[in-house]
Design a protein around this ligand. Structure first.
Ligand SMILES: Cc1ncc(COP(=O)(O)O)c(C=O)c1O
Length: 404
């Protein structure tokens, strides 16, 4: 018998989660017992939810729930296969057409999750000798898409530029050989910082270097722009990405995702994206829910406007209390703390007083960049928002996060 080391060894040496559970400050995987949108029940207690991505509150909209049920009644509970084979429904194609029109592109392709959309589109597009350039704060699914691409084709070069730093982006592009293909990938709204990519400037720089722009609109569609069309609308249509990606798990109240762009490019992705080809397609219920959410966003832009009003109110409120909200300008409002322990203590204090938020530590943010991520929904009441601010202020002072 050979004496190899055990692949399970690392699991037996992993104690951080266990220690946090024992200390009573383990914040992750907390089961929600009932969900009513801006209120949830956890451990038998009703809490204000200030940590959800259900930005427009549509996940509990009766019309969205009915559309999901209707789709199940018509098409069943599963597609039982991949889009490539038996898993394509007329409903997938209807959704793809609606999405392409919604974001102003020729064609769209849906995936079973937003994560798979990034994995599939990025890994399909990058080939030998290509260079990919990402913002340092891009979402993990973008990085994983690049890793998958590099797993299949070693000769892909990856670069990261400092967050939203245009001079650094130019510096990176300057170093890339002229013969190489370049894909620049940025989040429209950054999921932790809550700030917005400088799309018009990025487009201009990309054009100067013959690069393509890929925009992840996960936190932007339904959130930015007068009618919720995202980052492009926020900048009044002055710049377009070559490809728009988005997930359905946030403002669109479902699960799944899509990539949209020029028909030839989408067709290439359709035939080369392994996460599309080798995974079962989006099930009927989630397509039904997504279609209805898009329809509601188009009919009720006042939801988007209420969300934008709330975002400004909460940002101003936290700043007035003395919290460091960094560069945030959307309904994602981070409270930057730095220290992990203080962040967990603050999370625990808020949790005990009935406010649900998310603590975020490295590697989701840079080391020493621990924060509380708060996020808001169009269905939050003014009273709930004021309660969140009051309790955060009181607990923040006790912990010395803000001045007394
Ligand atoms: C910017 C961004 N892109 C992609 C994803 C992945 O989407 P999903 O969770 O719907 O798979 C997320 C989700 O957290 C995200 O924040």
């Amino acid at each position: 018998m050979k004496n190899h080391s055990d692949v399970f060894e690392k699991c037996h040496e992993f104690h951080e989660a266990e220690e946090a559970r024992k200390g009573g400050w383990y914040p992750f995987f907390r089961p929600i017992e009932a969900n009513h949108g801006s209120r949830v029940v956890i451990e038998g207690r009703e809490m204000i939810m200030a940590g959800s991505n259900n930005y427009l509150g549509l996940a509990f909209d009766e019309r969205v729930r009915e559309a999901a049920i209707h789709a199940v009644e018509q098409y069943g509970s599963s597609c039982s296969g991949s889009r490539f084979m038996n898993g394509s429904l007329a409903l997938h194609e209807e959704l793809e057409q609606k999405l392409a029109t919604f974001v102003g592109k020729e064609s769209a392709l849906v995936f079973t999750t937003g994560y798979q959309s990034n994995l599939g589109a990025i890994s399909a597009l990058l080939g030998a000798d290509d260079h990919v350039v990402t913002d340092k704060l891009d979402h993990a699914s973008i990085m994983d898409g690049v890793f998958l691409a590099r797993g299949m084709q070693k000769n892909i070069t990856m670069h990261r530029f400092r967050h939203n730093d245009l001079a650094d982006l130019r510096k990176v592009l300057e170093r890339i050989p002229e013969s190489a293909g370049i894909l620049i990938i940025v989040d429209g709204v950054f999921s932790m910082e809550g700030d917005i990519a400088l799309l018009p400037e990025i487009r201009k720089i990309a054009d100067d270097y013959g690069a393509r722009v890929y925009l992840d609109e996960a936190h932007a569609i339904g959130v930015l722009g007068k009618s919720g069309r995202g980052t492009v609308e926020h900048f009044e249509g002055v710049a377009q990405p070559d490809l728009t990606m988005c997930t359905f798990s946030k403002a669109l109240a479902s699960i799944g995702g899509f990539i949209a762009g020029e028909e030839r490019v989408i067709d290439y992705i359709r035939h080369h994206a392994r996460p599309l080809i080798f995974s079962a397609s989006m099930p009927p219920a989630t397509i039904g829910a997504t279609l209805k959410s898009i329809e509601i966003i188009q009919q009720e832009p006042e939801r988007v406007q209420r969300l934008q009003h709330i975002a400004r109110f909460m940002l101003d409120g936290f700043k007035a209390l003395g919290f460091n909200t960094g560069t945030a300008e959307t309904p994602i409002v981070p409270l930057h703390i730095g220290d992990n322990q203080k962040t967990f203590l603050f999370w625990k204090a808020l949790f005990e007083r009935g406010v649900y938020v998310n603590p975020v530590i490295a590697p989701a943010v840079p080391p020493n960049g621990a924060m509380i991520r708060t996020s808001y929904m169009a269905v939050h009441t003014d009273e709930e928002l004021e309660t969140i601010l009051r309790i955060s202020g009181e607990e923040g002072k006790k912990l010395g996060i803000i001045q007394s």
